[in-house]
Design a protein around this ligand. Structure first.
Ligand code: 0X9
Ligand code: ZN
Length: 691
């Protein structure tokens, strides 16, 4: 059930309260729902029955109670509760304003070639700089290369939503630290830095953040609005933008949490950002909030779908499939009408595809552990936003090429793959030391099931899959160390049917032997469709990882066809191949594995293909006719492990030819197959056996 909260402007005579509670409120009809929001409730979760969790300040609570709407306090004195929970850390472990500035300076010092110095786009109400940093190989802050789509990311427009800043910073760091690295993640980060101009404002409402620091130095501050206290206790910067300003879902009461200010763009923080956007038109505008798992787009100020509804829907679907698995939709119809918000403004005035990411958590002051737990999955959402900036109105992810089997070849050979419809060129990756660690098709494999079981109710292949119908974990019973210069990939198919709400199904990794688990991806909506999840692992080079699937709260989730691969060496042979094949001349002998990926000129790189193995051996193939080996030898089995046909390279000298027999023995010494007895003749052969 979707609840639409409509707000009507009401001027309240009640003075602002700085005492907050978390309450479960029970409006019974649309009129009461409108009233609740109008009173200044910050709705953080809407239940299927229409009741909601809301953060209320004193005046909002009094208004709602006086109207006879039931209010059940969940947490009294929320600020105190958060202060205790934050327990002794400065700002609950979040960066203070001073630390944010130092952090930005350090990021620039560590990556001077791909970042601009943090640059002020103007001062806040109290005269602090709003610091923006550009990240990209074109790192001149003021350059706006028209061939590179612009992306804008901001955090902390609401000063009590610290995780929005911390996540924005994590993404900035991810981009910089993966730039020019030698694996797939490195390839994608490099693509973004070379093909996008990304600007970041991690601390939008600096004054509000500093106020929270001053009044609650240990964390737990509840100031949401800016510090223009000339008429009340601040202006909600996300109600002060011009489009729809003054409309429903914003308040004319200077003490309301959703006070819109005296005029559109009356606040310096918004004047600065608007002026920046007007110059550096964002193709994608990404505005982060906490908390609840929602991905929102325009309109906020009216109930109508945006003009580009289908592009928004497609982008939203791509974003949630890559990362957070939550529901997405227009602000007004998904949560409540909110006028004067930044997404409506950027979309309407500057044509930006605009997003409000209400990133997970169940608190304004989550522990830093919880922030870290959610960061990885969130930054995939941030990343795909930058990729989609190349195809905003025709959002698509490029098809993955399929490699032809390679098998046993000589030193000159050709690798071929299928064409991807939107690709302009292809890349080819050469892998050494490949290991297929898990290849499980729901066959009671190497997993410890707790609250999970095998099920034939749903399956992606074969006749069964792993199923959780409740809460529990399915943990891989081993760990993998990603080689220092190598990479890896874990992929699986997943089908889930979950009540829309908080994150209930998750795929997690642990980098410390199972002590802490962090989300790679979450599943928190109804999506009963088999979809593949892919996670490249080269960003964890040198680290040892464990993996598990984790469900809670009655989560109905199926997992099948799990594949974990790791390899020692990564090399991109060529990243601008115009056709669908690549010729190797004089490639050194040995065992290699290849993956191809398509480069879509708009989106960037596709996922990599499945690997194909090549056993490269002197004397096989080539144009010079048969060459007689000097030594009789048996090459390794390709592929290994195998189901079906396995191929061996066999070199036989002239002298040995009449006496050579090829037999397969099992581990106990029993003959399993006799493949040839003196009848192969001398030369280099490839012998096939159907096992
Ligand atoms: O109400 C808001 O501003 C956002 N929710 S929050 O709890 N973080 O305050 C929702 C933002 C929706 N987006 C716009 N209306 N622009
Ligand atoms: Zn917010």
């Amino acid at each position: 059930m979707k609840i639409v909260f409509t707000m009507i402007a009401v001027i309240s005579a009640i003075a602002s309260g700085n005492y907050y509670s978390l309450a479960h409120i029970f409006p019974t009809d649309d009129h009461e729902r409108a009233f609740v929001v109008e009173a200044g409730a910050d709705i953080v979760h809407v239940y299927e029955d229409g009741s909601a969790d809301a953060v209320l300040d004193t005046s909002a609570e009094r208004w709602i109670r006086n109207a006879g709407i039931p209010v059940v306090i969940r947490i009294d004195n929320l600020q105190r509760f958060y202060q205790i929970q934050c327990s002794g850390k400065t700002m609950g472990g979040f960066m203070t304003w001073d630390e944010i500035q130092i952090w930005m300076d350090n990021l620039h010092a560590n990556y001077p070639g791909i970042t601009s110095p943090p640059t002020s786009i103007g001062d806040t109400y109290e005269g602090r700089p709003q610091l923006v940093m550009k990240i990209g190989t074109d790192n001149t802050f003021t350059n706006d290369d028209t061939t590179r789509p612009n992306c804008w990311y901001d955090g902390l427009i609401h000063a009590r939503e610290g995780a929005s800043m911390q996540n924005t910073c994590s993404f900035m760091e991810w981009l910089c630290s993966n730039y020019d690295r030698n694996g797939y993640c490195g390839l994608v980060a490099t693509y973004v830095l070379e093909n996008r101009d990304c600007w970041f404002l991690p601390c939008y409402n600096v004054d509000g953040w500093v106020y929270n620091e001053t009044t609650s130095p240990g964390g737990g501050g509840m100031q949401r609005k800016n510090m223009n206290w000339s008429l009340g206790d601040g202006v909600d910067l996300n109600r002060n933008f011009a489009i729809g300003w003054g409309g429903p879902g914003s308040s004319g009461n200077p003490n309301s949490e959703t006070y819109r200010g005296t005029a559109p763009l009356s606040e310096p923080e918004n004047i600065n950002v608007d002026a920046f956007w007007a110059t550096y038109l964002p193709i994608e505008m990404h505005n982060s909030h906490t908390y609840s798992d929602l991905l929102l787009f325009p309109w906020g100020h009216k109930d109508d779908p945006p003009t580009h509804m289908s592009a928004y829907q497609t982008q939203g679907e791509i974003m949630v499939q890559w990362a957070t698995g939550e529901i997405y939709g227009p602000v007004a119809t998904t949560i409540y009408i909110a006028s004067g918000g930044s997404v409506d403004h950027a979309y309407d005035l500057y044509g930006s595809m605009s997003w409000s990411y209400e990133i997970g958590f169940t608190s304004f002051w989550p522990s830093l552990d919880e922030v870290t737990r959610l960061t990885r999955r969130n930054l995939r959402g941030f990343l795909v936003t930058a990729l989609l900036a190349g195809c905003p109105l025709d959002p698509h992810v490029p098809e993955v090429p399929v490699l032809e089997p390679i098998g046993l070849v000589g030193n000159d050979f050709t690798v071929e793959w299928s064409s991807a419809p939107t690709a302009s060129s292809y890349g080819l990756q050469e892998i050494t030391g490949y290991d297929l660690i898990v290849d499980d098709h729901g066959d009671s494999g190497p997993f410890v099931l707790s609250g999970w079981s095998m099920s034939s109710e749903q399956f992606h292949s074969g006749t069964q899959s792993y199923h959780s119908n409740g809460s529990g974990t399915m943990t891989w019973n081993s760990s993998v160390t990603i080689p220092a210069d190598g990479g890896g990939r874990i992929s699986f198919w997943c089908y889930y049917n979950i009540g829309n709400g908080y994150e209930e199904g998750a795929f997690e990794y642990s980098p410390n032997g199972g002590s802490d688990w962090y989300y790679l991806q979450t599943f928190c909506r109804n999506d009963p469709t088999w979809r593949r999840s892919i996670h490249e692992l080269d960003e964890w080079q040198g680290e040892t990882l464990m993996f598990r699937w984790h469900t809670q709260g009655g989560c109905d989730m199926f997992v099948d066809d799990i594949m974990l691969e790791a390899w020692d060496g990564n090399e991109f042979v060529d990243l601008s191949i115009s056709g669908t094949s690549y010729d190797f001349i004089g490639h050194p002998s040995g065992d290699y594995w290849f993956r191809a990926m398509a480069l879509d000129p708009d989106f960037g790189w596709s996922w990599a293909s499945e690997v194909e193995d090549a056993s490269i051996s002197t004397g096989i193939g080539g144009e010079e006719g048969p060459c007689i080996p000097q030594v009789t030898s048996l090459g390794c089995a390709i592929p290994n492990p195998v189901i079906g046909h396995v191929i061996f390279a066999v070199d036989i000298t002239e002298a040995d030819a009449p006496f050579t027999e090829i037999m397969i023995f099992d581990i106990s010494g029993r003959i399993v197959a006799e493949l040839s007895k003196g009848d192969l003749g001398s030369g280099s052969h490839s012998v096939s056996w159907n096992c």
